[in-house]
Ligand binder design. Structure first.
Ligand SMILES: [Zn+2]
Ligand SMILES: [Zn+2]
Length: 304
């Protein structure tokens, strides 16, 4: 049960109806543009929007007040909801997203040596091998992510955008509605959704669920540990910045995590850099309960 099920939808419906007018959308846009200048007085706002009839303008402005616009003694400013409306318009103003050709990452597939590429079609981006099943990540992405950027950077941009998104939900905030999210380890996803495709391969996956809108973000256990201090430090000790290392250069990211215990739930992930390995064990809430920095990649004795 979440807010999506029991919300009073008459309220939101009314909110969308409020926005169904060009003058009102123009008012939000002008307040957005003027945001750094502080509150905008009535007459200045009317001039910016270009409405001659003061009474007509006042009618539309009043409709926006409280929910989208705040009225102060100095003038009018955008409320958070008003800013989100403008941001949504900006994010969605581009043509439906897709690239004609895959964009190469410039790196070879660890499984077959083929080209690891980013494909983008119907606003879904996927990074994987062009020649085999090797897959790194897949997610729906608004076209604005790639707009005004170097096309060749698309794989890196998508990877960074996705990690930022996972960091957001892992930090406790829904990227869709700003509601509170909770992390949990779940058995293999069986809902067949495309988002679950990558998690399905593993015995367990990580699920971040929003308590307000019910939005679910799925990721793999290794991917959820990329920002873990022990992992960041492990890379740092090897002179590497994991934040600047694209996911397709982290071979352990696509490895299947080991379920070491089911009750209580314990899952082990082994992070590798060259011949060195760091083993982490997480519990059901994805908290790290054990770290073993002496783990070895193989049973062969370590060499200096
Ligand atoms: Zn391959
Ligand atoms: Zn939400």
């Amino acid at each position: 049960m979440n807010a999506r099920d029991d919300a009073d939808w008459a309220g939101p419906g009314e909110a969308f109806a409020t926005l169904g007018n060009e003058t009102r959308v123009a008012i939000l846009r002008e307040l957005w543009v003027a945001a750094r200048e502080g509150p905008v007085p009535f007459s200045e706002l009317r001039e910016r929007v270009g409405t001659r009839d003061s009474g007509q303008f006042n009618y539309h402005l009043t409709k926006l007040c409280d929910r989208f616009v705040r009225k102060t003694d100095e003038g009018y400013t955008l409320r958070a909801a008003g800013g989100m409306v403008v941001a949504a318009v900006l994010a969605g103003q581009y043509e439906a997203g897709g690239f004609d050709e895959p964009v190469s990452t410039g790196d070879p597939c660890p499984d077959c040596g083929g080209d690891v590429v980013l494909t983008y079609a119907d606003e879904r981006a996927t990074i994987g091998c062009q020649d085999c099943d090797y897959a790194v990540a897949s997610a729906g992405v608004p076209p604005g992510v790639f707009e005004d950027r170097d096309h060749a950077d698309a794989p890196v941009l998508f990877d960074r955008w996705l990690r930022t998104r996972v960091a957001g939900v892992a930090g406790g905030f829904c990227m869709a509605c700003q509601g509170p999210t909770a992390a949990s380890l779940s058995p293999a996803a069986a809902d067949g959704s495309r988002a679950a495709k990558f998690a399905e391969a593993a015995d367990v996956h990580v699920q971040y669920e929003c308590g307000r809108c019910g939005e679910i973000v799925l990721t793999t256990v290794p991917e959820a540990l990329v920002h873990e201090p022990a992992v960041v430090a492990f890379y740092h000790e090897h002179g590497l910045d994991i934040g600047a290392t694209p996911s397709w250069r982290l071979p352990w990211l696509t490895a299947t995590p080991a379920v070491v215990s089911e009750d209580p739930m314990r899952v082990s992930v082994t992070v590798t850099v060259g011949d060195d390995a760091l083993s982490l064990v997480v519990d059901e809430a994805l908290d790290v309960v054990a770290v073993d920095g002496d783990a070895t990649v193989t049973d062969a004795p370590a060499t200096d």
